[in-house]
Write a protein that binds this ligand. Structure first.
Ligand SMILES: Cc1cc2nc3c(=O)[nH]c(=O)nc-3n(C[C@H](O)[C@H](O)[C@H](O)COP(=O)(O)OP(=O)(O)OC[C@H]3O[C@@H](n4cnc5c(N)ncnc54)[C@H](O)[C@@H]3O)c2cc1C
Length: 253
């Protein structure tokens, strides 16, 4: 099946095929292994993702989405007969709404860029982990990442207010809401969070931000047993106004 199918909907600069695929890879830890795929496509809008998916659906082509390629389970590997959709050009921060404390982003925005944009507005997007310089928000949503501050702020699931996605046949579904209190029937976006791209391609999201904390304190504490760890966490939760945001447990016997 030829990559020419996509030439009528994308600019040539958005299509990587043939020998050019050798400059691409399927994971940041395998950058020396050339990508095997029919082609790699770089859509820049939701409509382009939708058009690609319509063609793939019509021609029964398997699709694998590439975000920041930092997953730890090999889920972005391909073997040669797949169309790869890279979200790297879906990289716009569309809005930061200071009053609703939300950020509207395309799914290819890198986590560190989200942190910087929030900080420039005295706000915080609390999700944080080692791969923040490469991981994209679409991949983060698709893996329901947790990270270093999960105790206080929750998993990705708790940090997404709105979502837009493209289904396998190209249908665009949108639930781009900014509200916290939303009791309108099914919460469809939750199906996509943690689904690893199996239900569709996340194209946009509305992120829930927090006020940036005025101060931070770090402590290194040793415990004799696990019961004391639990007692400590309960104590901190009930006595510390700002609550404990991060907690790394290093267990030594
Ligand atoms: C150094 C390091 C530290 C980490 N620390 C933590 C941690 O503390 N806690 C934690 O929970 N995780 C951690 N992770 C894992 C991290 O959660 C994932 O690597 C990250 O969320 C994946 O984002 P990505 O953009 O790289 O996605 P990718 O690796 O590109 O993709 C991940 C999966 O999502 C799919 N996908 C990507 N984008 C989309 C999209 N737009 N729509 C639909 N499907 C999509 C892909 O096909 C693939 O199945 C760590 C990883 C590394 C390398």
């Amino acid at each position: 099946m030829s990559f020419n199918l996509f030439e009528k909907i994308l600019d040539p600069s958005q299509i990587v095929s043939g020998q050019e695929l050798e400059s691409r890879y399927h994971h940041i830890w395998h950058m020396d292994e050339p990508l095997k795929a029919i082609c790699l496509l770089m859509p820049a809008s939701t409509d382009e993702v939708s058009s690609i998916m319509k063609i793939c659906y019509e021609h029964n082509l398997p699709v694998v989405v590439h975000g920041g390629l930092t997953n730890l389970v090999g889920s972005t590997e391909t073997y040669g007969n797949e169309v790869v959709i890279s979200t790297e050009r879906l990289n716009s921060i569309e809005e930061i709404d200071d009053s609703s404390r939300t950020m509207t982003v395309q799914s290819g925005v890198i986590l560190e860029h989200i942190h910087e944009a929030a900080a420039n507005n005295d706000l915080l997007f609390p999700l944080n982990f080692g791969a923040r310089g490469s991981a994209q928000i679409g991949g983060i949503i698709s893996t329901n990442a947790g990270g270093l501050r999960v105790l206080k702020y929750g998993m990705t699931r708790q940090l997404i207010l709105g979502l837009e996605a493209v289904m396998v046949d190209g249908t665009i579904i949108s639930s781009m809401k900014k509200i916290i209190k939303d009791n309108s029937a099914y919460d469809v976006k939750q199906l996509f969070i943690g689904s690893e791209g199996t239900l569709g391609i996340v194209t946009k999201a509305i992120l829930k931000l927090e006020e940036a904390p005025k101060s931070r304190n770090a402590a290194y504490i040793g415990f004799n047993n696990y019961e004391n760890v639990v007692a400590f966490l309960k104590y901190m939760d009930s006595n510390l106004a700002g609550k404990l945001s991060g907690f790394e447990l290093i267990w030594r016997n």
